[in-house]
Ligand binder design. Structure first.
Ligand code: PLP
Length: 375
């Protein structure tokens, strides 16, 4: 045993199929966290498996300075499906790198250094993204991080207006806070953020690492809010389980991005996985399905446990059940007694981020399980 960062749970996972994963003793678990929201199409989706296998046999890797059809297709699919006029794509390997790039691009394109971020926000664990992440627990051992970051209360237009000024390079915000406890921002706030940043000449960055890929009922949460930021960052479900990050930009950012690169940017196998995942999500109407299933899940949860829990918050299939201090006990019981794998969001929230392909049977299963656990 040589790993030391993650504490391992007492369930070994061997294989997956759709919304389910299977333990090494054969037990079937409903994966209501979609393995950190990384498999929106479910485990082992045939379209992604086929695209990756085909590309793997053709060419595993070539540096991004040579054009490659799989990478070009991924760029084009992302550009076509991003809100207009966002059409430039930078590919990396993770969510934190996608945000790291966005923060660098904002500074380079504006010539300013100040960054504004939200309280309870989470943007990753490399030095720049970490500096814009709220919780001190994640930051303290590594201080000093990059300076010039101001935190504002989430969903508070007045505070944002006060913080963003002519020295601001960018404002980074999750349209629905994930790690922070599943907190959806109001549409009015996101629209005001657009006006405020534009007036100050600052970049508006939507961190859609968790909200993207159809999870909130639109491919991008920005589309649900009717707001086009200057950059959208993505990762997690972008390649249905393969490690990739994307920073999608408007022209004025892409034309002044400074100097940035990464060895593995846009490798052919990862690009095939990402391009196929995005086009499958769009072609199969997955965001619409997520919206309908999200409504059903919220309503069923409300009916079954609404009186037992403090609050249920959701946007599409991004659901937080505020159970109080017992969230970790609830998660353990869900896993060990009901074969349901869910996630925490802080100490008080049970977070459900299932594969977006789930049906009513899976929803009914998790609702019954939660009802017994919070009873
Ligand atoms: N941004 C958000 C909103 C996230 O939820 C996460 C991960 O949970 C990240 C960024 C960091 O992504 P990664 O773990 O791939 O670096």
């Amino acid at each position: 045993m040589t790993g030391f960062v993650f504490s391992e749970k007492p369930i070994g996972i061997e294989r997956g199929d759709g919304a389910y994963v299977y333990g090494d003793d054969g037990t079937e678990y409903l994966d209501m966290g979609a393995s950190y929201a990384c498999v929106p199409l479910g485990h082992g989706h045939p379209a992604v498996t086929e695209a990756v296998t085909e590309q793997f046999e053709k060419l595993t890797f070539v540096q991004a300075s040579y054009p490659n059809a799989a990478r070009t297709a991924a760029y084009e699919t992302l550009a076509e499906t991003a809100p207009d006029p966002i059409d430039k794509v930078w590919l990396s390997n993770s969510g934190t790198e996608a945000n790291e790039a966005a923060l660098k691009f904002a500074r380079a394109a504006t010539g300013d250094s100040k960054l504004v971020a939200t309280m309870q926000g989470f943007h990753g664990r490399t030095m720049g993204s970490l500096a814009t992440t709220w919780k001190n627990k994640y930051k303290d051992p590594y201080e000093p991080l990059i300076g010039d970051v101001e935190f504002v209360p989430y969903d508070d237009t007045e505070a944002l207006d006060d913080a963003v000024d002519e020295d601001t390079a960018g404002f980074i915000v999750e349209p629905v806070q994930g790690e922070g406890g599943i907190n959806p921002a109001s549409t009015e706030y996101l629209r005001a953020a657009r006006d405020i940043t534009e007036d100050a000449g600052a970049a508006l960055i939507f961190d859609e690492v968790q909200t993207g890929m159809g999870r909130t009922g639109a491919l991008w949460s920005a589309q649900r809010a009717g707001v086009t930021p200057d950059m959208i960052t993505s990762a997690k479900g972008l390649a249905n389980g393969f490690p990739v990050g994307a920073t999608l930009c408007r022209d004025w950012i892409a034309e002044n991005y400074g100097s940035h690169a990464s060895t593995f940017s846009g490798g052919p196998v990862i690009s095939a996985a990402a391009g196929t995942t995005v086009s499958t999500i769009v072609d199969e109407g997955i965001p619409e399905h997520a919206a309908a299933m999200g409504e059903y899940l919220h309503a069923e949860l409300d009916a079954a446990v609404g009186d037992e829990v403090r609050e249920i918050r959701s946007e599409g299939l991004m659901v937080g059940v505020e159970v109080g201090r017992g969230a970790n006990r609830a998660l353990k019981e869900l896993a060990l007694n009901h074969d349901v794998l869910a996630l925490p969001a802080g100490r008080t929230v049970v977070r459900l981020l299932p594969p977006l392909t789930i049906g009513e049977a899976e929803v009914d299963h998790v609702v019954d399980a939660l009802a017994e656990v919070v009873e």
